[in-house]
Design a protein around this ligand. Structure first.
Ligand code: ADP
Ligand code: MG
Length: 347
């Protein structure tokens, strides 16, 4: 018999939808920082400054000198699936960090978000504020150019998420890691990360505009890395591998210093890290890890970066080619430097 009440289907309101999306896009302060800095880079900024307080929990402020947002577009920037970066006709041909139009509405759903911007050529700036998904009308503001995005009290609207945050120290470290990755992706942009917590104003990371990737890697990973790294340049069937990989003698006890990029985007990908491990297999002890910053580039149609809302995962049309390229490209470079894989030494 049918005593149960038939569940009816309802449309969730925009606030709930944005909070759900925020769960995927903004895992922790570092993911908010990543989204905001990517927006600055997409706006052609040459200088990006990131201020955080309490590991990003109470304040994240990203200031850029990019092209800004037209005052009339400010409400749209906060609305879901609204973007200036793609027109939706070709999701396989993406040249910007952003394209989903989800970051700002998500951040506005889980924190107090204020965007102040002055578009190139505009006579004045405007500011808009959103809190818990409620958008206040845009107002005129004072700003000489570029954009300032301020996110206060992240997750105050979602206490469950707040509880999952780690110590201030580890959230700050994760923010630093996200910025170092983007700094490696864009050597010509100047980056400054400051901790502006109550009672302490200090620079945590700084990279001036660099003329080359090598210079930027030396800034971010240190002169030691630069002096112990091989320059990589290999190609296979439409994929190119460039970057720098350290000699086995400069290995580490963990894999945190492996930076991988696909078409300029920092990614975390098992296949790529697996290939890196495979390349060093014969020259590194099991508990040692290579240090490397490697860039895979290809026609955007050969890789899908729309796998997850955080955009850090990718799917290659042919992963086997990319794996082979990494393994052979690195082994070749290592062999050239006298570090031969045991199999090669034998023959
Ligand atoms: P997406 O980056 O995927 O387009 P976002 O929600 O991150 O989505 O941003 C929405 C829109 O707001 C962007 O498409 C862009 O037009 C604008 N925008 C956001 N941040 C900036 C910025 N720092 N400078 C200029 N425009 C920005
Ligand atoms: Mg974005």
């Amino acid at each position: 018999d049918h005593h149960m009440i038939l569940p009816r289907i309802r449309q969730l309101d925009e606030g709930a939808v944005n909070r759900i999306a925020a769960g995927e896009v903004v895992e922790r302060p570092a993911s908010a920082v990543k989204e905001l800095v990517e927006n600055a880079l997409d706006a052609q900024a040459t200088r990006v400054t990131i201020d955080i307080a309490d590991g990003g929990r109470t304040l994240i402020r990203v200031t850029d000198d990019g092209h800004g947002i037209d005052a009339n577009d400010l409400p749209l920037a906060l609305s879901r699936h609204a973007t200036s970066k793609i027109d939706g006709s070709d999701l396989l041909n993406i040249h910007s960090f952003g394209f989903r139009g989800e970051a700002l509405p998500s951040l506005g759903a889980v924190g107090r978000l204020t965007i102040t911007s002055r578009a190139t050529g505009a006579s004045e700036a405007a500011t808009i504020h959103v809190n818990g998904g409620r958008i206040a009308p845009a107002r005129p503001a004072a700003l000489r150019g570029g954009t300032v995005v301020e996110l206060r009290d992240l997750f105050h609207a979602t206490p469950a998420r707040l509880k999952f945050l780690k110590s201030e120290r580890s959230e700050t470290m994760a923010v630093g890691d996200a910025i170092r990755r983007l700094a490696m992706a864009e050597p010509s942009v100047a980056f400054t990360l400051r901790d502006v917590s109550e009672g302490g104003d200090r620079v945590l990371f700084r990279a001036d505009a660099c003329a080359s990737l090598a210079d930027r890697l030396a800034t971010v990973l240190g002169r030691d890395f630069a002096e112990n790294a091989l320059s990589i340049d290999a190609e296979r069937e439409g994929f190119r591998l460039t970057g720098h990989a350290a000699l086995p003698t400069y290995s580490r006890g963990n894999a945190v210093h492996q930076y991988l990029f696909v078409n300029g985007r920092p990614v975390r990908d098992r296949m790529l890290t697996g290939a890196l491990r495979g390349a060093y297999m014969d020259v590194l002890a099991r508990d040692r890890h290579a240090v490397a910053a490697l860039f895979v580039t290809c026609d955007p149609v050969l890789v899908d970066c729309n796998v997850h809302p955080a955009k850090t995962e990718v799917r290659f049309r042919d992963a086997g080619i990319v794996r082979g390229l990494i393994v052979s490209g690195l082994r070749h470079a290592l062999a050239g430097a006298g570090h031969r894989a045991s199999t090669t030494v034998a023959d």
